[in-house]
Ligand binder design. Structure first.
Ligand code: FAD
Length: 373
């Protein structure tokens, strides 16, 4: 029962947790945890079996992201980005290049990420200002992607651009080691999820082979992305409840009983646990449904991201209250990191405002994406 979730949680507490405090304080990529996930084989989860991968489904992705998020949400976020890009490559990549890249993923030689967001279009990350220009069997890419998780550590970023010739949209797997691709240093100092190294990616006349274009892109990779984002929040909600449960038992007064004996504290904790549990189970249910009915579970996937984001935010507020003054000492107890990470999780697009609009529009039979055009 949810075996992969339990295993990923144990793996995370053993391999990611020891670094998560330093990652947060230093605002650096969780490279130790990222490498240990790669060594464990987690990065080949969604690579099809024909390329040597595990060929796993959405439920497996959900369980693992949930488990990893409880110890190091920054590492889990980078992992879910890789899984999303891997799924997109497997579905829409051109055969030769797909084979080459996915086999390298399985051989633990490369990882993937996403470079979609831009300053100009913000939350509407599917409308790029970055451009491509035809150059025979190559394209020339120009533009800046604003917050790219794993900048400097990921080998290929799936990058959305607009063709100069006809404004059509294209996604290329851009290698990060080519001329014309750079990451802006010294600008990332996030409040939460500080381990993401979400730096701007600058493309200045970057020449990329047309073989690296993903073709006939559909929505299957979006299922993976929504589950991953939701899981990071649900993991944070669970960790907050667990931390409060442990802390209130230790907080003893000289004049009276400890915090855990106070009824309103118990009520608060019960509420936190219930929210974390319902967030996790909503994600697992949505993933199961999406496995059974590909592209048929977007209302449930949107709901899962909404419910889990709100659970993380609620538990961040309730958790900080339970920790009292001690919780406000910076970098001392983990609750304040959970609070900051929960607030960062909510602004990652598509956020809850956008998702509620999309969900409402879907429920009344309107095209949800039209609202932005
Ligand atoms: C830790 C972290 C990691 C990230 N990693 C990546 C990554 O790897 N790759 C990547 O491409 N991007 C990444 N991002 C970028 C992230 O997705 C952007 O923050 C996002 O696109 C929001 O852009 P913005 O801040 O300009 O929001 P804005 O567009 O300025 O929007 C601000 C707020 O306005 C509201 N809003 C905006 N538009 C609408 C609308 N149409 N309807 C209703 N409400 C709306 C929302 O509440 C939104 O939160 C990351 C961000 C963070 C914080």
């Amino acid at each position: 029962m949810n075996e992969k979730y339990i295993k990923a949680k144990e793996f995370g507490f053993k391999n990611l947790e020891p670094y998560s405090k330093a990652v947060d304080i230093e605002g650096r990529f969780p490279i130790e945890g990222y490498k240990s996930m790669q060594n464990e084989g987690y990065f080949s989860l969604l690579v099809p079996k024909e390329y040597g991968g595990q060929g796993e489904n959405l439920l497996a992705h959900a369980e693992i992201c949930l488990g990893l998020s409880e110890s190091c949400p920054s590492a889990a976020l980078a992992y879910m980005m890789h899984n999303t890009a891997t799924r997109a490559m497997a579905l829409y990549g051109q055969e030769d290049i797909k084979k080459e890249i996915l086999k390298k993923v399985v051989a633990k030689e490369v990882t993937l990420g996403l470079a979609y967001s831009e300053r100009g279009t913000g939350a509407h990350f599917y409308i790029p200002d970055a451009t491509s220009k035809d150059d025979g069997d190559h394209v020339i890419l120009n533009g800046v992607k604003s917050m790219v998780t794993g900048a400097g550590f990921v080998d290929y970023f799936l990058t959305l651009v607009k063709a100069e010739e006809d404004d059509s949209l294209h996604v290329y797997a851009v290698p990060t080691n080519i001329d014309g691709v750079d990451f802006e240093e010294g600008v990332w100092d996030g409040v939460g999820l500080r381990g993401n190294e979400s730096k701007p990616m600058i493309m200045k006349n970057a020449r990329v082979s047309k073989d690296l274009e993903l073709k006939n892109i559909g929505d299957e990779d979006k299922e993976i992305f929504l589950i991953g984002l939701a899981s990071v929040s649900a993991g944070l909600a669970q960790r907050a409840a667990d931390e409060v449960a442990a802390y209130v038992q230790k907080r003893e007064y000289t004049h009276a009983k400890n915090l855990a004996d106070i009824e309103s504290v118990q009520v608060n904790l019960g509420s936190m646990y219930a929210k974390a549990f319902s967030a996790r189970e909503t994600i697992l249910a949505a993933a199961r449904l999406a496995d059974l009915s590909p592209l048929g579970a977007f209302p449930e996937l949107f709901s899962a991201r909404i419910v889990s984001t709100e659970a993380a935010l609620d538990n961040a507020v309730d958790g900080m209250r339970a920790f009292g003054g001690k919780g406000y000492v910076r970098h001392d107890l983990v609750m304040e990191r959970i609070m900051r990470d929960s607030f960062a999780g909510q602004i990652m697009a598509p956020g809850t405002d956008v998702l509620k609009i999309w969900l409402g529009r879907m429920l009344v039979g309107l095209n949800y994406i039209d609202i932005f055009k």
